[in-house]
Design a binder for this molecule. Sequence first.
Ligand code: SAM
Length: 502
Amino acid sequence: MSLYIEAARIIQRPRYGGLRGAVFSDASVKSRPEQLYALIIETLKHQEIINEVLDKSGLLEIEKKLTHALALVLVHDFLFNKGGIATSTGPLKESILRHKSRLTSEFTRARLRRGYSTTAALLAAANATSMRFPRWVRVNTLKTTVADVLARHFSDHKPVRLFEELLSEDMTRKTVYVDEFVPGLLGFPASTELIGHALVADGTLFMQDRASCFPAALLAPPEGAVVVDGTAAPGNKTTHLAAIVGKGGRVLAFEKDPKRAKTLEMMVGKAGAEKIVEVRAGADFLLSDPWSETEKKRLAKVSHILLDPSCSGSGIVERNEYSYIPKTAAPPPAPTSRAGKAKKRKGGEKEETPFVKPLSKKEEEEVAKQAEAEEERLRSLSTFQTRIIKHAMRYPGAHYISYSTCSVHSQENEQVVMAVLSSEVAKQRGWRVQKREETGFRHWPRRGLVEECDGDEEIAGGCVRFDPWADGGIGFFVVLFVRDGSVDGWEGRGFIVFDIEH
Ligand SMILES: C[S@@+](CC[C@H](N)C(=O)[O-])C[C@H]1O[C@@H](n2cnc3c(N)ncnc32)[C@H](O)[C@@H]1O
């Protein structure tokens, strides 16, 4: 299958996570993944001007065999690639080269309309603004205050009041957005260079994605609280929790993987939170036992638990990615007939079939095998995720548990919430999902999927979702489980580490 047909297939198919994963983990891909990925990224970056060229030249009306996505990738290489379309002669290349002069002149007009005298100037400008996602930094309030950071280090940045203003601003301008949901979170335009910034190096600022700050902010333990981070490394949320509970509080941070625990320790040191955070390196949260003689004094006091367990990572989107905007709302037709073959309409009139080559039997089998493996992986992740929440629900003093994933799959999100709520421990101890109107995030627009919560709007409303494109970062999910009342008659019966309820 040609590079272009593969690129068009990946561009137009529904995608839940990042493009890198879509390209590099697709077993049916025959092209060099690096080349395919670069072609897709670059095409999507320039799709706005290519679309204008397509519209003005009328290419899609004339070349009926070309789908929109296929035309985008071919015209991209025709206009922007030094070597032109990277294939020997063939019907695909011909369908573009037939319109060479028209495409070139429409491109020149579109370029000049944008004020670029050369293609190099247009490319340079596009590359400078290609980072679409804002940069997020969390102010480490153990070391300083937001007001101080803004006044002393970013006084040349113009404050914007709404997040939309940050996105719509020229991403190279000096602006700063103080997040309205997460205290201490600042958003900067994508071009802002923060990686080598002295405040990042000394732990005054933490580069942490917006969505990733929601779990600790939603959990919102009071100052001085004793809290657990059950799955802590590398430590973004642990250090955030430390800043919230402050010097009089305690964060018990479990990390099963000893190597990752080293990073956690380093991060805690950088945050200046060594006296607040107790790193439990190599400790499995699932084996923690708040009734044991050695632990009961400490773990029984824990009121708030943060769980951000391992997940599929399907929400992670790379900063240089753009999403495909289809030309029509309708999905592309399924590739059922052979490539380029004409088929008859009901009235006998011939209809051109889009130039989408169907997968071979072997390729179809590979795709099915891959989908089955992915399903299996999600099943095992969601079993683990459900199990770890149920374990936390047994903690005698716990009243608040935040659960989050950087996954967009409902199997790891709403479906886990529903499985947990129907468990014995949740029912016996009165755990429920905190309602939307009870949280500080009630105005956040994106909530859980009602259909994945068995139609329960209250539960879905209590869940928070992030869309990478609209919310500026990664696809994410977070929910807060709460338990009312302090006495529930629960004496830890059944709290056996290996019990069957797990
Ligand atoms: C998604 S990462 C957590 C990211 C972290 N919350 C942050 O914001 O930096 C999940 C972590 O949980 C750890 N983990 C997985 N299972 C665990 C368990 N049973 N007990 C403790 N840690 C576990 C993994 O090794 C991994 O480091």
